[in-house]
Design a binder for this molecule. Structure first.
Ligand code: NAD
Length: 471
């Protein structure tokens, strides 16, 4: 019976291992984490992350062939295959600060695998890492190998939060990179046989290690680039009277372009896009490719521009001052169907509004109050100036109220700012909301979820990203 251990039970490690356990009943999967809080939650009815469909998958396998434990070393020692799915954030200090990946967690996991192993293992990179990381890991493992064989595979994860279970059940592709040696090819086959239990063979792509590592960074860079491209277009639409929804529909019909990932918005967020592009930028710079680095940097510049453009629009629309005005923030997570707030545009938008002395009523169906306060009070590292983290002062944070419904948030507000495309925001009773707001009542739709014409008929002044402005 194959034993799998996954180091890191976060947004990736938890769902991916639950699905492997679900699809491969003869494999025993143990997820280990140094966070007692996370493991306790995985073993409870209140899982540590919100992801549609995840509860059912975990409940089906937990205690049978899926286990969660803090006994990291014990389970790593016993495993045949060790996935490493630890966090790989952007470095905040030292060489490469603000761009390079911080591989501290990765390196300590690799050293621990080397220390505790008593048998040969396949070590799988699940985390997103810089290209050539496997070479460094091989050095750590082989220097401590005590005669054991360690094969390193790169198997980057392409799931998207909010649709993770569906993505894992029916992936567009599974990518496995390995050494072109007999040992490397044998290891690829072992992993391929596991995924092959539910993923069609033509969807399993095998490459060399460096192609697999780089493909993950490239995929995120291309996805984020599409968002920045349509967002850049949204600014031009507003300036010219074109409608970005009509433009994206028209260009998306071209099969060479395609319609996915063409929604204009207040900007992309999430723990990966910015981090992985910065990582790519750093790798380009290290390889003397500054023009290529500058190209990818622009994707992030446009994203930052989109967020500040949105804040400026709010302030200028409300007679150039929002001091003391109440603004309802609907949605705080970086996208719908997740409670994840890492790099959410809501943080920058709220901080921008607070900087202009607004009062905020924040509502999100999945993000707890403490998380919102924590996100807004943490020093924020601007990727351009990583050495000087920007903090909010505590007086600004006193202007934040986290509430339990959209109706509570909008009561007596001067404006509404929609920052996450939660389905419930599409079916709110806007007449009731309008009646309870200060007048003139504004809606700033950062996700294009509302029916602009309908709201204008009610009496709202509406600004929707990339749409013609109020006549
Ligand atoms: P996460 O922060 O949610 O989870 C990482 C977990 O690893 C944490 O619970 C942490 O306690 C644990 N950990 C760190 N060091 C450890 C150690 N030495 N031993 C045991 N546990 C340890 O991160 P995540 O969102 O799951 O992302 C993990 C990796 O996957 C990152 O490299 C990320 O870029 C990549 N990725 C993320 C997504 C996503 O949507 N979140 C998608 C694809 C790839």
């Amino acid at each position: 019976m194959v034993k799998i251990c996954c180091i890191g039970g976060g947004y990736v490690g938890g769902p991916t291992m639950a699905v492997i356990a679900y699809k491969c009943p003869s494999v025993v999967v143990t997820v280990v984490d140094i966070s007692v809080q996370r493991i306790t939650a995985w073993n409870s009815n209140q899982l540590p992350i919100y992801e549609p469909g995840l509860d059912a998958v975990v409940k089906h396998c937990r205690g049978k062939n899926l286990f969660f434990s803090t006994e990291v070393e014990k389970h790593v020692a016993e495993a045949d295959i060790v996935f490493v799915s630890v966090n790989t954030p952007t470095k905040t200090q030292g060489l490469g600060a603000g761009k390079a990946a911080d591989l501290t967690y990765w390196e300590s996991a690799a050293r621990m695998i080397a220390d505790v192993s008593k048998s040969s293992k396949i070590v799988v990179e699940k985390s997103t890492v810089p290209v050539k990381t496997a070479e460094a890991i091989e050095k750590i493992l082989t220097h401590n190998s005590k005669g054991m064989d360690f094969q390193i595979l790169s198997n980057p994860e392409f799931l998207a939060e909010g649709t993770a279970i569906n993505d894992l059940f029916t992936p567009d592709r599974v990518l496995i990179g390995g050494r072109e040696t007999p040992g490397g090819q044998k290891a690829i086959k072992v992993l391929k046989d596991i995924y092959g239990q539910w993923v069609p063979e033509e969807r399993i792509i095998c490459t060399n290690l460096w192609s697999a590592e780089l493909s993950k960074l490239a995929a995120n860079a291309f996805l984020a680039q599409r968002i920045s491209s349509i967002n850049a277009m949204s600014a031009l639409c507003e300036a010219t009277g074109a409608d970005v929804l009509q433009v994206s529909h028209a260009i998306g019909k071209d099969s060479r372009i395609g319609s996915k990932f063409l929604n204009a918005s207040v900007g992309f967020g999430g723990s990966c896009f910015q981090k992985d592009i910065l990582n790519l930028v750093y790798i380009c710079e290290c390889n003397g490719l500054s023009e290529v680095a500058n190209y990818w940097k622009q994707v992030i510049e446009v994203n930052d521009y989109q967020k500040s453009r949105f804040v400026n629009r709010i302030v200028t629309s409300m007679f150039n001052t929002i001091s003391g005005k109440r603004i309802a923030i609907l949605g705080f997570s970086f996208k719908k169907d997740t409670g994840d707030t890492r790099e959410t545009p809501a943080i920058d938008v709220c901080r921008g509004l607070l900087g202009d002395q607004a009062q905020l009523n924040i509502y999100d169906p999945q993000v707890p109050e403490q998380q919102i306060h924590k996100d807004l009070s943490m020093p924020k590292y601007n990727w351009n100036y990583p050495i000087h983290p920007v903090s909010m002062c505590s007086d600004d944070l006193k202007q934040v109220r986290v509430v339990r419904t959209a109706y509570e948030a909008t009561k007596d507000a001067h404006g509404i700012c929609i920052l996450t495309e939660w389905d419930e925001f599409r079916s709110l009773n806007f007449q009731k909301i309008y009646d309870n707001m200060q007048k003139p009542a504004y809606v700033f739709d950062g996700r294009n979820v509302v029916d602009v014409e309908k709201l204008r008929q009610i009496g709202f002044i509406v600004y929707s990203i990339g749409k013609p402005l109020d006549p």
